[in-house]
Design a binder for this molecule. Structure first.
Ligand code: CTP
Length: 419
């Protein structure tokens, strides 16, 4: 739980700041809102007061004796200052150090991380003066949650819409995170892979990708730099996460190999890999390049095995803490998962039941047992995939704190804790 100061400025997107307050509260953070006078023309302070449960700071130039003291108190109380929506006007004032109301004065007094989520007309966002101001602020360490493309309130289309509130909240948590994943480079694979029979038909499996996406978002919220290698899925990638899209197992292997060698521009090596993807184990031996006519479809299809991505990347991930997934029938859940832990050179494996209704493949919920190479066993209670991702990351952060097992597969005495 963190203390967040939210600055709201005079954009039509000010009404979406109300949802942002709710999102911060839903995640357990405390929020205190500071509004510019222009913001109050769009939304009433009472809205923010009701949603935040805190007094809203609205003082403008005419009551300097009040705000000149209050802004210092707020600056000390807040762990992060977020200006959302941020207008071109407030960005200019921040860049120049102008302090003519509570919010801009607070911007000068605040010593913690500052984030801005701009919202304005696309032509204004492109204007050289705004570009310059953004550059100045970035050089000073202000973090931007970039505006999104879309149709503006004025009807114009382009880049300028306030980012989604979940994305803004994720970015704030990412920059405030102090746990073991903060600053780590994390790779996550997600979804099913699909192997072509012809131009339109594929062999695949029922994986939705939801678990991998939830894990990627969870790691980002805990401060990690996350790259997500995703099989085909209609899911919207979590904001702040870099996405590499692939279709076949061979493409996933190539993408992972590349990221294991060089995670991303300007980044160091990967620290953690979570292989949540459900890789199709077989592929048609001779896919056709064109769409076959129904009458020409073969009665039987010759299949070839798809390489095992985890096994084939083992030499590249000797220093990468690796968590695999094991999709198993309940009758051989732990036994099957332990076999994969050893065979695939993993630091941990999530034994994931496939025969239980409502969890795992195609479901919104999941559960499992996390088996670590050290011999520890952590029960991951049933919950939404976001909750399960949180429980998995709690266990991974704890394991990272204990240090890696000297040799994977070398087991210490099983602990009864959490089991
Ligand atoms: N995996 C992989 N490459 C494959 C198949 C699976 O890297 N060709 C990875 C999965 O991403 C998962 C782990 O290996 O992290 C276990 O996958 P799972 O489907 O449970 O097991 P398989 O190895 O395919 O074995 P089986 O289907 O016989 O249980």
């Amino acid at each position: 739980m963190s203390n967040v100061v939210l600055g709201v400025t005079g954009s039509i997107a000010a009404y979406r700041a109300a949802d942002l307050v709710r999102e911060f509260r839903r995640r357990g953070h405390r929020v205190r809102v500071v509004m510019t006078r222009a913001a109050q023309a769009f939304v009433s302070p009472l809205t923010f007061e009701t949603l935040s449960g805190e007094r809203v700071t609205t003082h403008a130039l005419e009551q300097p004796e009040e705000w000149s003291v209050e802004h210092v108190g707020l600056a000390r109380w807040g762990e992060a200052l977020v200006v959302a929506p941020a207008t071109a006007n407030v960005l200019a004032k921040m860049a120049c150090g102008i302090a003519d109301d509570s919010l801009t004065t607070l911007c000068l007094a605040f010593e913690g991380p500052v984030m801005v989520a701009p919202a304005m007309n696309p032509s204004m966002w492109r204007h050289p003066a705004v570009r310059e101001n953004c550059k100045t602020l970035e050089a000073r360490g202000v973090r931007f949650v970039a505006p999104a493309p879309g149709v503006m309130a004025c009807g114009e289309e382009g880049v300028g819409r306030l980012a989604e509130v979940e994305g803004i909240a994720n970015a704030v948590e990412h920059h405030l995170a102090r746990g073991r994943l903060a600053g780590k480079n994390v790779l996550v694979t997600a979804g099913a892979t699909a192997e072509p029979l012809d131009r339109v038909r594929v062999f695949s499996n029922r994986s939705s990708g939801k678990m991998g996406y939830a894990l990627a978002e969870g790691a980002y919220r805990r401060g990690a730099n996350v790259a997500l290698i995703s099989g085909p899925t209609p899911l919207v990638p979590p904001a702040g996460v870099e996405v590499v899209r692939v279709t076949s197992g061979e493409e996933m292997f190539a993408a992972l190999k590349k990221l294991l060698r060089k995670p991303a521009a300007g980044r160091d090596k990967a620290d953690v890999l979570v292989m949540a993807a459900a890789v199709s184990d077989v592929r048609p031996k001779t896919p056709r390049r064109t769409k076959a006519k129904k009458r020409d479809l073969p009665q039987t299809v010759a299949m070839a095995p798809v390489r095992d991505i985890l096994e084939d990347t083992a030499p590249l991930r000797k220093r990468v803490w690796t968590l695999g997934f094991a999709a198993e029938e309940s009758s051989r859940l732990e036994q099957g998962a332990l076999g994969k832990l050893r065979k695939k050179h993993l630091d941990a494996v999530l034994a994931n039941p496939v025969s239980k209704n409502g969890v795992g493949f195609e479901s919104d919920e999941n559960e499992g047992i996390l088996l670590l190479a050290s011999g520890r066993r952590v029960r991951i209670e049933r919950g939404s995939k976001a909750e399960v991702a949180g429980r998995i990351w709690d266990a991974v952060e704890e394991a990272l704190g204990r240090g890696r097992s000297a040799a994977r597969g070398k087991r210490e005495k099983p602990s009864s804790k959490n089991s």
